[in-house]
Design a protein around this ligand. Structure first.
Ligand code: NZQ
Ligand code: ZN
Length: 391
């Protein structure tokens, strides 16, 4: 296992009706004037926004609001948010929504107190400081409620990039599984797929002897395979929703990723798809992951076969691990299909003629060095081949 540091200071409040604690929690973490940031309207329709306003009022916290975050959040709204926070002297940003809202809130929180252009952070500058952030999560998926990451699409060129830093770990996150019961099955499935992808990105490691984190990842993946279909079948199944919600946090606050190299090639390959076609991130991953694994499994056939045996229930065959690995990849694809996810590029609105552009942006966009450096090193041609496997 490699040396590591792990600092995850978020205060989690989990369970039914806990969003009514929002006002008290903002006060506890030093906020007196809040930006309430939200998305395209689900929190208005569900009545959640009203409950949050009431909770803030009861705690004597002033607020301003900025809605309209869209999935694959855009830089334009971040600039608006920064201007609003500066003008209104906001000292706390409260995200009410999913990963897109939280990521946009993180960008605003960092950008408000930064003198330069907030996009610097998405070009690689670490986010050391930001306004404090609270989240009220409405979809179990991206794990942004516990992560030090944010992903934004730059409208000037439509490419999607991530920023990272301890400064944007939320001060608190409220996780009420009831809030996720209004999700349509497609969004629930996208969330399950993203959670599983976050686990697999960490499973694909070149570090040896990482049994504890391997076993944590396998356990969380098995929980998703068990609980995911239950939530799709019965959206009101509170216990399934609760298990998925906590798995989403555990999959991405990096407790399963410490002390080991991680992959993230699939995420980078997917980000080009959601930037260009504006598809849901989870749906893009359902298409990307099996195609990627099918291309790179020989980099460490035993590891992919181990995942196939321990998570997908394939029978081990020490004399033919390649067969076992490939069976596991097929089971992953079949699982995606069974929960209603796409598995081909065409289903995302993708086109074969875009592949050279996708591969080029992926490898060279924004100052990248022409290669992807994850589990396996990939050239532009490799990446184009992976996109072709999605056809
Ligand atoms: O905008 P509203 O109206 O709220 O609708 C949203 C949106 O259309 C809807 N929704 C959310 N909660 C709902 C609901 N509809 C009904 N009932 C509810 N309770 O769901 C749609 C998707 O929301 P979004 O926030 O986009 O989903 P998700 O949480 O999957 O976030 C995806 C974004 O997170 C990024 C992705 O790239 C993508 O941009 N990621 C962020 C990460 C991070 N910060 O650590 C890591 C991830 O790998 C990921 O890249
Ligand atoms: Zn993801």
């Amino acid at each position: 296992m490699d040396n590591f540091t792990f600092y995850s200071p978020t205060y989690f409040v989990f369970g039914k009706e806990e969003e009514n604690q929002a006002g008290k929690l903002v006060r506890r973490f030093g906020g007196s004037k809040v930006l309430i940031h939200y998305g395209g309207g689900s929190v208005v329709r569900s009545g959640l926004l009203d409950r949050v306003r009431k909770s803030l009022e009861e705690a004597g916290i002033a607020s301003v609001e900025l809605g309209g975050v869209r999935p694959n959040p855009r830089s334009g709204l971040v600039y608006q948010g920064i201007e609003l926070c500066r003008k209104e002297k906001v000292d706390f940003v409260l995200a009410v929504g999913g990963g897109s809202v939280i990521d946009s809130a993180k960008a605003i929180a960092a950008g408000t107190i930064y003198e330069g252009d907030f996009w610097d952070f998405y070009m690689g500058k670490t986010i050391e400081k930001a306004l404090p952030i609270g989240t009220i999560l409405t979809i179990a998926a991206a794990g942004s409620e516990g992560s030090g990451d944010s992903v934004i699409t730059n409208e000037n060129g439509m490419f999607k990039r991530g920023a990272t830093g301890e400064g944007i770990r939320p001060s608190f996150s409220i996780l009420n599984p009831q809030l996720t019961t209004t999700l349509p099955p497609f969004q629930t499935a996208c969330g399950i797929t993203d959670i599983m992808a976050h686990l697999m990105e960490r499973y694909l490691t070149n570090t040896k002897d990482v049994v504890t984190t391997d076993r944590m990842i396998e356990g969380l993946m098995l929980a998703m395979i068990e609980e995911g279909p239950k939530a799709i079948k019965d959206p009101l199944d509170y216990e399934a929703r609760a298990n998925i919600m906590w798995a989403g946090m555990m999959a991405h606050n990096n407790s399963c990723g410490v002390g080991r190299s991680q992959d993230w090639n699939s995420h980078d390959i997917e980000h080009e798809l959601s930037a260009l076609y504006d598809c849901a991130h989870g749906a893009g991953l359902a298409v990307t992951f099996p195609a990627y694994l099918g291309y790179v499994y020989r980099h460490d056939t035993d590891r992919i076969a181990q995942l196939a045996v321990r998570v997908w229930g394939c029978k081990d065959d020490p004399k033919n691990r390649e067969k076992v690995a490939l069976e596991g990849i097929e089971k992953l694809r079949a699982f995606s299909r069974s929960i209603g996810m796409p598995v081909t590029l065409g289903e995302l609105g993708g086109r074969e003629e875009d592949i050279p552009k996708l591969a080029h942006t992926c490898c060279y966009g924004d100052g990248r060095d022409g290669f992807m450096h994850g589990f396996a090193k990939l050239s532009e041609e490799d990446v184009a081949n992976i996109y072709r496997r999605m056809l």
